[in-house]
Design a protein around this ligand. Structure first.
Ligand code: BG6
Length: 516
C-alpha cells in the first residue's frame, strides 16, 4: 500500500500514514460448516481475498469439514462456484491455482468420533514433518449454534494437532440462546481452550465505520464534552435490512430478530456509543468498559416490555420494485410462525453520563432501505432567538453512518441569505470514500477480524463476561415475546418501515424515527 501524505490544512499538519504490513504465520484453518451459507458468502471469499492481496503466508491450508460426502476436488469446485458468485476479486487462474491447492475437505458428522479421527489424520498430514516449525491451527465454527457443544466437546479428545504449538477457536454469533446456555457453552469451551485462544466473532466490529466510533469520540476534543445527558436528548440506532431470511429459515425460526441482531450487533453499537473512555486502546481495557455499559442497562419488567418494545413480522410486499413473499412463506419457516423479524425498543443506561436519556433501537428484515446508522439527537438551544417562523425543524443531529453511506454528518442551522432572519438546515459531512482516497484499502469486515485472530489481537472480539451481560439485557424480552406471541403477525408489509406501533412508541414521547 502506498504512503499517503495528507495535507490536513493550509497551515498545519502533515499526516503521514505508514503502510501497514501484516505478517501472518503459517496456519491451518478448519472450517466446521465449510460448505454452508456463511462459508460460501463470507469466509471463503475473504480468505481468497487475503490470498489475492498476498496477505497469506506461503504455507497455509484450509480444511472444510461438513456432513456431505465429497472429495477435495469436489470441494474445490464448490468453493470456485461460491467465489464466482460472492467474491469481490476476479477468480483468475494464477491466484485461484494457489488458493485451490491449499483447499481440502473432510466429510463427517459433528457428533461422530470417527469423523474427528479422519480430520485428525488430515491435520497431521498437513501440519508438516516433525522438526518443521509448528503451524497455527484455527478452528472456525461456522455452524448453527446447537452444533457447538457437540464439536467443542470432541475437539480436545481426538489427539489433534500433535505438532501444533498454537490453537485458536473462532465462534460465530449468536453465542448460546440465552444467558444460561451461553454460560454453559463458555464452561464447555473453557475446558478445552484458554480464554486467550477464544475469538467470539461479531462481524459488525470488523466494519471500518464501527471501529471509527471510538476514534471519532476519543481522538477529537470537541464532541466528548457534549456526549452526555446535559446536551443529548436521545440516541437512535437503526439496523435496517431489505433482505429477508434468504436460505436461513431453519436457523431464523429458532433465533428471531433479538437473538440474531439485537443481542450482538446492536448491543455492540450501543456500547461503543455509550461507553466511558478506556484507560488504553487495548483489548481488555475496551472490553471492560463495554461490559460496564451492559451491566448498567436498566432491566425490563413485563410492564416495561409491553409498553416500550415492539415486535414485528413481515408480510408480503415489494422491495425495490419486486414482489417478495411473507416471512411465513419463506423456505423452511412454518406457515403459522410467530418468529419476530422486527424489533423496536427503548433502553436506558442508568449511569452518571446517561441517566434519563433514552436510547431507541430499531432493526428489521425486509424494511424499506438497507441502512445502519447511529444518530445522536442534541437538545434544543435554551432560548429561541429567531422567532417561531424560523425555528430549526430538527435539532442538531450527529449521524454516524455505518452503511451503505460510510460518513459522519452533523445537521446544523445557518442563516438563510436575505433580509429576513431565517434559519436554514444544512449538513457538515465527512465521507470516507470522498475524503480519504488515494488507493486506500477498506478491509472487508471478515478480513480485518480473521487477520486479527491470526495476529492474536482480541480487541474486536467479545469476551465471555460481555456475552453473558448482553444476554442478560435481552433475555427478559425474548422470554416475554415467546410466552405471549403476537396474534396479529404479520404486522408490517415488506418494503415499509415496520409496524405502526414502532412509530407510536416514538410519537407518544414527542419524537420520531429518522426516515430516508
Ligand atoms: C448477520 C445476521 O449477523 O448479520 C443476518 O445473522 C444479517 O441475519 C446480517 O442479515 C447483516 O449483516 P450486514 O453486514 O449486511 O449488515
Amino acid at each position: 500500500m502506498p504512503d499517503i501524505n495528507a495535507q490536513v490544512s493550509g497551515e498545519s499538519q502533515t499526516c503521514r500514514i505508514f503502510p501497514e504490513r501484516v505478517d501472518i504465520e503459517p496456519f491451518i484453518m478448519v472450517i466446521f460448516g465449510g460448505s454452508g451459507d456463511l462459508s460460501r458468502r463470507k469466509l471463503l471469499p475473504t480468505l481468497f481475498h487475503l490470498c489475492h492481496d498476498q496477505n497469506l503466508p506461503d504455507d497455509f491450508a484450509i480444511i472444510g469439514f461438513a456432513s456431505s460426502g465429497r472429495s477435495d476436488e469436489e470441494y474445490r469446485a464448490l468453493v470456485k462456484k461460491a467465489l464466482e458468485e460472492f467474491s469481490t476479486d476476479p477468480v483468475q487462474s494464477g491466484c485461484w491455482d494457489r488458493f485451490s491447492r491449499n483447499l481440502f475437505y473432510v466429510s463427517g458428522g459433528f457428533e461422530d468420533e470417527n469423523s474427528y479421527r479422519r480430520l485428525s489424520a488430515r491435520l497431521e498430514e498437513l501440519a508438516g514433518p516433525a522438526g518443521k516449525p509448528p503451524k497455527q491451527i484455527i478452528y472456525y465454527m461456522a455452524v448453527p449454534p446447537h452444533f457447538l457443544p457437540a464439536i467443542v466437546k470432541r475437539l480436545p479428545y481426538c489427539g489433534f494437532c500433535r505438532t501444533a504449538a498454537d490453537e485458536r477457536l473462532i465462534i460465530e454469533k449468536p453465542f448460546g440462546r440465552d444467558r444460561a446456555s451461553a454460560a454453559e457453552l463458555n464452561r464447555l469451551v473453557s475446558q478445552a481452550f484458554d480464554e486467550s485462544q477464544i475469538y467470539r466473532i461479531d462481524h459488525y466490529l470488523g466494519k471500518e465505520t464501527v471501529q471509527n466510533i471510538l476514534f471519532f469520540r476519543f481522538a477529537n476534543s470537541i464532541f466528548e464534552p457534549l456526549w452526555n445527558r446535559r446536551y443529548i436528548d436521545h440516541v437512535q440506532i437503526t439496523v435496517a435490512e431489505t433482505l429477508g431470511v434468504e436460505n436461513r429459515g431453519r436457523f431464523y425460526e429458532e433465533a428471531g430478530v433479538v437473538r440474531d441482531i439485537v443481542q450482538n450487533h446492536m448491543m455492540q453499537l450501543l456500547a461503543l456509543v455509550a461507553m466511558e473512555p478506556p484507560t488504553g486502546f487495548e483489548a481488555d481495557y475496551i472490553r471492560d468498559e463495554k461490559v460496564k455499559v451492559y451491566r448498567t442497562i436498566r432491566s425490563m419488567d413485563e410492564d416495561y416490555i409491553r409498553k416500550f418494545t415492539v415486535a414485528g413480522q413481515y408480510g408480503p410486499g415489494r422491495i425495490n420494485g419486486h414482489a417478495v413473499p411473507a416471512y411465513r412463506e419463506e423456505k423452511d419457516t412454518s406457515p403459522g410462525s410467530t418468529t419476530p423479524t422486527f424489533f423496536a425498543g427503548k433502553f436506558y443506561i442508568d449511569n452518571w453520563r446517561w441517566a434519563g436519556i433514552p436510547f431507541y433501537l430499531r432493526t428489521g428484515k425486509r424494511l424499506k432501505k438497507r441502512i445502519t446508522e447511529i444518530s445522536i439527537h442534541f437538545r434544543q438551544p435554551p432560548l429561541r432567538l429567531f422567532g417561531t417562523t424560523c425555528e430549526l425543524r430538527d435539532r442538531n443531529i450527529l449521524v454516524l453512518g455505518v452503511q451503505p453511506a460510510e460518513e459522519i454528518t452533523l445537521h446544523i442551522g445557518v442563516k438563510h441569505p436575505g433580509v429576513g432572519n431565517q434559519l436554514f438546515p444544512v449538513n457538515m459531512v465527512f465521507n470516507y470514500e470522498r475524503d480519504i482516497h488515494d488507493n486506500v484499502h477498506f478491509p472487508l469486515a471478515y478480513e480485518r477480524l480473521l487477520l486479527d485472530c491470526m495476529k492474536g489481537d482480541h480487541t474486536l472480539f467479545a469476551r465471555q463476561d460481555g456475552i453473558e451481560a448482553m444476554w442478560s439485557v435481552v433475555d427478559p424480552i425474548i422470554q416475554q415475546w415467546e410466552n405471549t406471541p403476537v396474534k396479529e403477525f404479520p404486522n408490517y408489509s415488506a418494503g415499509t418501515w415496520g409496524p405502526a406501533a414502532a412509530n407510536d412508541l416514538m410519537y407518544s414521547e414527542g419524537r420520531r424515527w429518522r426516515t430516508w
